[in-house]
Write a protein that binds this ligand. Structure first.
Ligand SMILES: Nc1ncnc2c1ncn2[C@@H]1O[C@H](COP(=O)(O)OP(=O)(O)OP(=O)(O)O)[C@@H](O)[C@H]1O
Ligand SMILES: [Mg+2]
Length: 344
């Protein structure tokens, strides 16, 4: 069986006009998503997450590489708007307001993608009723306008608008980051429940690692447009093996800011600009493990366990540290050890 989505050696460069330079936004990214599965892309701002999402949707053309949805190529003029793809891939935005027309009642908003598919009125009304039930929206709510709803309810409708066409894949770009913690938890629950009921696959793009952790089957960690680690979610959060993943998870998951300052594996410096990337490992300039080889050669991505890929020359040294992010106290000790190992 072919994967639902297959991305092979995707490269996306943006020329900077007049400078002769290019932004190397995505560098040789490969990934797959099976039906009904959630793959998340995580990484700091500017790591290329949205660019990968836009390539997958066919909204921008890759510089190189292939994207296949259900076995057929995307890009070069073939986008989610292609006739045979309409409704099969959907997207959900960060700001629910972006996908909601302020002049439309929620019921009309939910029906709109069906109108675009050419569905007749009776079938549209039937489908909207089904979706409203999935979303837990009452008849009364369907008559409201976006400004009459909380951000959480708006996002619920944004998701409803995506599932109404029964897509096989939804690209969710930061779907919870504009929400307060309660609304966020509700949206996470909704997404998990909908996937169970409808079998929709998700490509989730998010800074919010707690959301990612709950929703994802697999997680890919991006750094400067490169996947540095990919693993099943549980495994990645319990036992990340790339120094960047550890730094990223530690910076977010260690609860106490004081603890965080004292113990996280500090990735020195800022994320460099993805313009004229040097050869070698993209993390070399910030990594406590980096040696001369890391600055010269790009580490190959290797398999380090079942469905676990890492691109680091020193992953065995990291593995030997036996840190477990779940256990913060232990993790603190281990990351201190990691810091001292890095310093020698
Ligand atoms: N249209 C464009 N023209 C030029 N550069 C671009 C364009 N789109 C993205 N970039 C650059 O490509 C890199 C990756 O951007 P992208 O938006 O994919 O990152 P991201 O991981 O989604 O970040 P964020 O978390 O801030 O949303 C960045 O350096 C960005 O400035
Ligand atoms: Mg983005």
């Amino acid at each position: 069986m072919t994967a639902l989505l297959e991305v092979n050696d995707l490269v996306k460069r943006f020329p900077i006009p007049g400078s002769g330079k290019v932004v190397q936004a995505v560098n040789d990214v490969s990934l797959t998503i099976e039906r009904g599965e959630t793959l998340s892309l995580v990484g700091e701002s500017g790591s290329g997450k949205t660019t990968i999402g836009r390539c997958v949707l066919g909204l921008i053309d890759p510089t190189a590489g292939q994207i296949r949805f259900d076995g057929r190529a995307m890009g070069r003029g073939r986008s989610i708007r292609a006739r045979d793809l309409r409704g099969r891939i959907q997207l959900v935005f960060q700001e629910p307001a972006e996908s909601l027309d302020p002049r439309m009642q929620m019921g009309e908003t939910l029906a709109e993608p069906l109108r675009y598919l050419g569905m007749n009125r009776a079938d549209r009304e039937q489908r909207v009723r089904e979706v409203a039930e999935h979303l837990g929206l009452s008849e009364r709510m369907l008559a409201l306008y976006p400004t009459e709803l909380s951000a959480g309810l708006q996002q619920r409708v944004g998701i409803g608008r995506a599932i109404v066409t029964r897509p096989e894949l939804i690209v969710l770009d930061e779907p919870t980051s504009a929400l307060d913690p309660t609304a966020r938890a509700e949206i996470v629950d909704l997404l998990i429940r909908l996937q169970g009921e409808l079998g929709t696959a998700y490509l989730l793009i998010s800074h919010d690692l707690s959301t990612v952790r709950f929703i994802s089957h697999r997680v890919a960690v991006l750094y400067l447009g490169t996947i540095v680690e990919e693993a099943e979610s549980e495994r990645l959060f319990a036992r990340p093996l790339h120094p960047y993943s550890i730094g990223l998870l530690a910076s977010v998951l260690l609860p106490d800011p004081e603890l965080k300052r004292s113990s996280s594996i500090s990735l020195e410096g800022e994320i460099p600009s993805p313009i004229d990337l040097p050869p070698g490992c993209p993390l070399a300039g910030r990594c406590p493990f980096a040696d001369a080889r890391c600055h010269k050669e790009r580490p190959p991505v290797v398999s380090v366990g079942p469905r676990h890929l890492v691109g680091c020359f020193h992953h065995d040294r990291v593995a030997a540290l036996d840190q477990t992010i779940d256990q913060f106290a232990r993790f603190q000790e281990e990351s201190n050890r990691l810091l001292s190992v890095g310093a020698d």
